[in-house]
Write a protein that binds this ligand. Structure first.
Ligand SMILES: [Zn+2]
Length: 246
């Protein structure tokens, strides 16, 4: 059976954001994303390329206040490592207490860094899609593309991201009983524009959630699990430019 690729998870991070190595968690076929600068070095040491476990380094908008000369230098140095396959998660979040202007400034820096090192972006966006699309266009982010993680918007906004060369991460939002918009969008997405994600922390049952998201996605798209697993596997390897496996 074709394994599922988890395009966005937080293995090695507990609910407090502390890096913990859980020996019970089998971190294979996934991209583990940081959100705070305190994760970067220890998270990088958790990467396991021979298990197809890769890392994304960046600042989540809620942690944009950590951006300074020192964090910038540190990030610039770390992201050239081969185990780092993306910059993120970065983005915009309307509900965060961090001022929007600071969020945008830190996001712009991270987009420029992604372009400079030619690696894709992993983006978090909450209630700021119009603004995010503007920033991606202004900064020429289509040169690197990436993942709009935890997507839950409508088709019109999905189309804008796809046109900019980004894939949409379908995650646990799809499993909510009251989900309406996302189940309507999922069948309309091109196969190459969709990735699967668990968005789980180290303590969550990541593979179980990913399996459930995949089953629901396959059901909505009227395709087999095998086809979905293969298509999202290929798309994940393309977006994150991962080596062939095995
Ligand atoms: Zn996440």
């Amino acid at each position: 059976m074709q394994p599922l690729f988890d395009s966005h998870c937080h293995d090695f991070l507990d609910e407090q954001g502390t890096v913990v190595r859980d020996p019970a968690c089998l971190s294979r076929h996934c991209v583990v994303a940081s959100f705070s600068s305190t994760h970067w070095e220890s998270l990088l040491s958790c990467a396991i390329p021979h298990q197809d476990c890769w890392i994304a380094l960046g600042l989540h908008p809620a942690y944009a206040g950590q951006w300074c000369g020192e964090t910038r230098c540190s990030l610039e140095g770390l992201v050239t490592d081969q185990r780092v396959v993306a910059i993120g998660e970065a983005g915009l979040d309307r509900t965060s207490e961090v001022p929007q202007s600071l969020q945008e400034q830190v996001l712009r820096h991270q987009i420029r860094l992604a372009c400079a090192v030619n690696k894709p972006l992993v983006l978090h966006c909450y209630r700021s899609h119009g603004r995010l699309v503007d920033l991606l266009r202004e900064e020429g982010a289509e040169r690197v593309g990436g993942l709009i993680h935890g997507f839950s918007g409508g088709y019109d906004i999905a189309k804008k991201y796809l046109d900019l060369g980004f894939c949409l991460g379908i995650g646990p939002v799809l499993l909510r009983h009251n989900a309406r918009r996302l189940p309507a969008v999922v069948p309309r997405l091109p196969a190459a524009g969709l990735l699967l994600e668990s968005d789980r922390m180290a303590t969550g049952c990541r593979e179980h959630i990913l399996q459930a998201v995949a089953q629901q996605t396959a059901l909505l798209r009227g395709c087999s699990m095998e086809d979905l697993a293969w298509e999202t596997w290929c798309s994940s390897r393309r977006v994150f430019r991962l080596p062939e496996w095995p």
